[in-house]
Design a protein around this ligand. Structure first.
Ligand code: COA
Length: 162
């Protein structure tokens, strides 16, 4: 069975991530969406909240699962017998960071290949920070994230303003 890991912070998951996941799920037998820790980020949602939001958002993708992990991505990918790590490439600006991470990951686990997939161009401008900012400042973010995520964002903003 060909297993791929799709790691990210997913704070929160957007339609751009789901687009990449749908493409990956057509290539691999199983894709494990993995909520991971990026030490440079302070997420708005807890890991548990992010896992739950992703589970609800991707129920239609039958060969995708959601998990979380702390630690080294390549260690986790080996434990899962993954053959690939999937990353989305939206624009040239993503490239340098992704290139560095892919090469470092290859050094750590030579048999696991990083596969870059391009989401639909309508999601090129989209990232989780923009969605969080729109939510915090009262902008319109409908159509950028699934309905369940919209709802959770509204609840989170309400709880922060109490
Ligand atoms: N649609 C919309 N947004 C997308 C996207 C897509 N298709 N693809 C990426 N993005 C956005 C994300 O929303 C995120 O936006 P943000 O910065 O505004 O939050 C940004 O692009 C990139 O984030 P993400 O894909 O979540 O990756 P990351 O850089 O936060 O985390 C990890 C990368 C978690 C995979 C990496 O840090 C990791 O492997 N950590 C584990 C520790 C480890 O092994 N370190 C060694 C690495 S060499």
């Amino acid at each position: 069975m060909k297993i791929a890991i799709y790691p990210g912070t997913f704070d929160p998951i957007t339609f751009g991530h789901i687009d990449v996941l749908e493409r990956a799920s057509e290539i691999f037998d199983k894709v494990i969406v993995t909520v991971s820790t990026n030490s440079a980020k302070t997420p708005l949602f807890s890991v548990e909240e992010r896992v739950e939001m992703i589970r609800d958002a991707i129920v239609k993708i039958k060969n995708a699962e959601v998990e979380s992990f702390h630690g080294l991505l390549m260690q986790y990918a080996k434990e899962k017998n993954a053959i690939a790590v999937v990353r989305g490439l939206r624009a040239v600006s993503d490239f340098e960071y992704e290139f560095q991470m892919a090469l470092m990951n290859r050094k750590l686990a030579q048999k696991i290949t990083t596969v870059f997939l391009m989401p639909h161009e309508k999601y090129t401008y989209l990232n989780s920070s923009i969605v969080r900012e729109l939510a915090l400042l009262g902008g319109n973010y409908s159509g950028l994230v699934p309905k369940n995520v919209e709802k959770k964002l509204k609840e989170k903003i309400r709880s922060l303003s109490k």
